[in-house]
Write a protein that binds this ligand. Sequence first.
Ligand code: SAH
Length: 268
Amino acid sequence: MKNKNTDPMQGHRARKRFGQNFLEDQGIINAIVRSIGPKAADNLVEIGPGKGAITAQLIESCPSMQVVELDRDLIPILLAQFAIYNDFRIHQTDALKFDFGQLATPERPLRVVGNLPYNISTPLIFHLLSFGELIADMHFMLQKEVVLRLAAGPGDKNYGRLSVMTQYVCQVENLFEVPPECFNPRPKVDSAIVRLTPYRTQPFVAAHPDKLAKLVKTAFAQRRKTLRNNLKNLDEELDLEALDIDLTRRAESLSLEEYVNLSNTLWP
Ligand code: SAH
């Protein structure tokens, strides 16, 4: 009774280690592809295509799409399924280490799609954002909690460092939820689709983005504490009392604009 999880049609057993939850609900797959709106001329790359559930729909509109898949046992399945597409390319590697820059130019920025393993989702988003103008947009299936955090604004209990630092560089849209029943095997958590669109022109610009990152990290270190109590740990010679901001406020009440202004006042 070995391999009792094996799908006889595909001969591949889902691996926990690779965060494999394969989408099976055709209605949801259609909804995802509709919100992406793939076009033939797009420079489209899917991360973690698995057995090709989303790929099969995307490739009909965009035959030159590429995929990045870590699990080498899935490669023959993908090759067989998409053999008729001459331009289809598979990169068998870890997306966290992959140089996405090699696939794109500023004139042909990437459109990225992925139903991602939840454990790598935030590092992968930051890895992709590091390619800047080479990314046109990204559509991800993520754990619902993560999407709520990415999209949250001031005052929301999900608002935090991830929200501020992501919204600093992209527009974030929480598109729709996807329940566990849509997958096989079923994940233990709810999922949601998010669209991230890096700004061509950022609405608020920090003179020193590394300082902004440090400020936001320090401000949110202890959510219950006031700005004064958190920011005194910035361990720099800064006159906080001279700032034009109420230091009894909490980190979760400040907007992105306020964080950027604060950063630019402290580190012009
Ligand atoms: N997109 C498919 C599969 C989702 S499961 C579907 O919706 O059905 C997640 C996929 O990501 C699996 O195929 C898994 O092998 C792949 N994967 C996991 N870690 C990865 C990594 N670091 N880089 C690239 N692919 C990865």
